[in-house]
Design a protein around this ligand. Structure first.
Ligand code: GUN
Ligand code: ZN
Length: 491
């Protein structure tokens, strides 16, 4: 097969960070797109919204299935002669999937790894996907290992067939086994992939298993090089984008906008509604301003109109997320989004269990830190702050004045701000002490702050500590700090 261009490697540049989320610039071939990015799925046989219309709505890229084109008498020759961009009428980034999804649904596909790769290249796809094997979450370890080995062999073969600079995606599989996911991520990086989709997570999302999703993605991320662009295959519900971005996912592809529309469902960032249950259309998009809920319900065009709304909501959420990263308020957004469904809340709480893993990559300073309840106590900023406490230089006698009242007679006097803990008065305008807003103290935040005191005490075995509590917190603080001199304060 004649190559009509020199392949250019996929490159990814991180511009802004928050938690493990990034605002970035992804280059594939001659196309440059901003991430986090949503690639709407285009089905050439059944497309309620054209790629050109999507472009006008702000879509910088789309994804379609090369397998469908290769099997279609209608589209195959046209795709080969005109190229995908011309055929679809879309001059942004076009990624193609290989047929692996059909493999996972039907158990078999009539195409080889080499055939799909050569076809994807021939139709001018900007990002090409080898024939990986999406191992379902209920597969046992032996099957998962075996299929992962096949996937990795196909990724190596893909590099050999298309060359080291070909714009290839390297899917990370490994089922629900965290060690396999981590190893797969590392191997895919070592084979030379800078664009790494995390695969076979659709069944987890379809059954709302967000806690397992978090474990699998965090495991894969431990292995994938931090410089690689990470795509979460098949993630399309806007309520979970923020959570996934916080874990370090940069690209999403969604058929949800069309699938939900076909099912007469209306997407929002806090879940989906049946159109037939809506009395109002609570959205600012063009469809929702032009139509009443009743008109939308009764329209012959309701699937297409719902698709347009669902897309608008999804694109707007990507903008919201990029802005949150730039402002350093992604945790607040994740907290917002994940309260809309108990399983999302479960996923969010699981993510907080990984705050240690996340803290080392998080940004140092943020615009603000808003306390929003118990979950906030486990955020990365708290972990990072308390780790630094063990390096705080102290005198021999230390007063921690929770009541804010300075007293003479101590070498060091520290104040206290929950959930962080003790702080030097000179630091009261620096992040996070100065930028954090907390309501009236509550027990979880005071306990968490006491963790900070214990870290300080453990790091300074030679110092003598006195803690002056606020009277109303005396019982809790003395329970949290056994063996430490705690007084009531203003008594
Ligand atoms: N689409 C959804 N999941 C997957 C996956 O694991 N692999 C590929 N190639 N496509 C997918
Ligand atoms: Zn709308």
């Amino acid at each position: 097969m004649q190559k009509s261009w020199d392949p250019m490697p996929i490159t990814f540049e991180v511009l802004e960070k928050d938690i493990a989320g990034r605002v970035g610039r992804l280059k594939a071939g001659s196309r440059t797109v901003r991430t986090p990015l949503l690639l709407p799925v285009i089905n050439p046989h059944l497309q309620p919204v054209s790629p050109a219309e999507m472009k006008a709505m702000g879509a910088e890229g789309i994804i379609t299935n090369a397998y469908i084109f290769s099997r279609s008498s209608e589209f195959r020759d046209q795709a080969l002669s005109r190229g995908l961009h011309d055929l679809l009428g879309f001059d942004g980034l076009v990624m193609t999937d290989s047929g692996s999804f059909q493999l996972s649904v039907y158990g078999d596909v009539a195409i080889t790894n080499r055939e799909t790769l050569e076809f994807q290249q021939a139709i001018g796809s900007d990002i090409q996907v080898p024939l990986d094997i999406p191992t379902p979450p209920d597969a046992d370890r032996a099957r998962t290992e075996k299929e992962l080995a096949v996937t990795l062999a196909r990724l190596r073969e893909a590099r050999e067939i298309l060359g080291p600079d070909a714009p290839l995606a390297g899917p990370v599989q490994g089922g629900i086994f965290e060690d396999l996911r981590e190893k797969a991520g590392r191997d895919v990086g070592e084979i030379g992939f800078s664009f790494c989709p995390i695969g076979a997570v659709v069944p987890l999302m379809e059954s709302y298993r967000y806690r397992d999703l978090v474990r699998v993605v965090m495991a894969a991320k431990r292995g994938i090089p931090p410089s690689a662009c990470v795509h979460l295959f098949g993630a399309g519900h806007p309520a979970m984008f923020a959570l996934a971005v916080a874990m370090g996912c940069d690209v999403f592809d969604s058929a949800a906008y069309a699938l939900y529309a076909k099912d007469r469902r209306y997407l929002t960032t806090s879940g989906s509604y049946r159109l037939d249950e809506l009395a109002e259309l609570p959205c600012a998009c063009r469809v929702c301003r032009e139509y009443t809920a009743q008109e939308l319900r009764e329209s012959e065009d309701s699937v297409r109109l719902l698709s347009l709304h669902n897309l608008a909501v999804s694109f707007a959420e990507m903008s919201t997320i990029r802005q949150a990263i730039t402002d350093g308020v992604l945790w607040e957004l994740v907290d917002d989004r994940c309260r809309s469904h108990p399983q999302l809340l479960r996923g969010y709480r699981e993510l907080l269990n990984f705050s240690g893993q996340l803290a080392s990559g998080d940004r140092v300073s943020k615009r603000r830190f808003f306390y929003r309840g118990t979950e906030t106590c486990s955020r990365t900023e708290v972990i990072t702050y308390q780790e630094a406490l063990s390096r705080l230089p102290l005198g021999e006698s230390v007063l921690i004045a929770m009541d804010g009242a300075f007293q003479d007679g101590y070498d060091t006097v520290l104040l206290f701000k929950p959930p962080f803990g003790p702080y030097h008065p000179a630091l009261h305008e620096t992040f996070p002490i100065g930028q954090s807003e907390i309501p009236d103290w509550d027990a979880p935040m005071v306990s968490r702050g006491c963790d900070g005191i214990r870290i300080l005490i453990a790091a300074n075995p030679g110092a003598r500590f006195t803690v002056v509590s606020r009277p109303e917190w005396y019982d809790l603080v003395s329970r949290e700090l056994p063996g430490i001199e705690v007084s009531h304060g203003n008594v």
